[in-house]
Design a protein around this ligand. Structure first.
Ligand SMILES: C[S@@+](CC[C@H](N)C(=O)[O-])C[C@H]1O[C@@H](n2cnc3c(N)ncnc32)[C@H](O)[C@@H]1O
Length: 207
């Protein structure tokens, strides 16, 4: 299937299902395979605009038993039961604001960050890996022990380094390419389950 047809198929499906983005299907595939949202009580979605992933979280976790927080530079149209913060993921004090808004430590941190593409593959990959690393730094500050972290990352040497660092911090780290993702895109998702918390391993960790 051509890139255009592939994108169009998912865009149509998103429209028919009421999702704001075709990205929603990527999270549905991740959930089907890895069950990161099962039993989630406090979920953060970093780089959440326009809100497709948030809609999936609301659908799977419900809003009565789960606190859901979305963060993005862009303004996101309100979603019932979801708190939104319009700010950058590297804003000072974001971790403490997130903890306050969640009312405790997060069970799941999701991150689907992507920079505005420049067309220069090296620059784009570096910027995206910086976003994934910044998301991990936030996750380390807000995640509960045994919590899960999912992040998009553009495959590159630096992404390999990030994955190896994550392996010291979580019980398991898997690499996953959803069908809804373009084959030609460098994006994959790192699915990290079981945050080890402040174990000696994480204390050694130097981002
Ligand atoms: C691929 S979209 C996310 C799609 C989203 N998961 C969904 O399901 O609708 C990537 C997002 O990253 C956001 N972004 C990029 N850099 C950011 C930053 N420094 N802080 C917060 N958001 C950022 C962009 O504004 C954009 O909305």
């Amino acid at each position: 299937m051509s890139r255009w047809n592939h994108g169009e198929t998912y865009r149509r499906q998103a429209k028919a299902s009421g999702y704001r983005s075709r990205a929603a299907f990527k999270l549905l595939e991740i959930e089907k395979r890895f069950a990161v949202l099962r039993h989630a009580r406090r979920v953060v979605d970093l780089c959440c605009a326009p809100g497709g992933w948030l809609q999936v979280v609301v659908e799977l976790c419900g809003v009565s038993d789960c606190r859901i927080l979305g963060v993005d530079l862009a303004k996101v149209k309100p979603i019932e039961g979801v708190e939104l913060m319009q700010t950058s993921i590297d804003a000072p004090d974001l971790a403490s604001q997130m903890l306050k808004s969640l009312g405790g430590r997060a069970t799941v941190v999701l991150s689907d960050c992507a920079p505005k593409l420049t067309g220069n593959k090296t620059v784009d990959r570096e910027r995206q890996v910086w976003q994934a690393r910044t998301s991990l730094e936030l996750a380390l500050r807000v995640l509960d022990q045994k919590g899960h972290f999912v992040t998009k990352v553009f495959e590159s040497n630096q992404a390999g380094g990030l994955r190896n660092q994550m392996r010291k911090l979580f019980q398991s780290v898997r690499v996953f390419k959803p069908k809804a993702s373009f084959k030609s895109s460098p994006e994959v998702y790192l699915i990290a389950k079981g945050f080890l918390g402040s174990s000696p391993k994480t204390a050694e960790y130097d981002l």
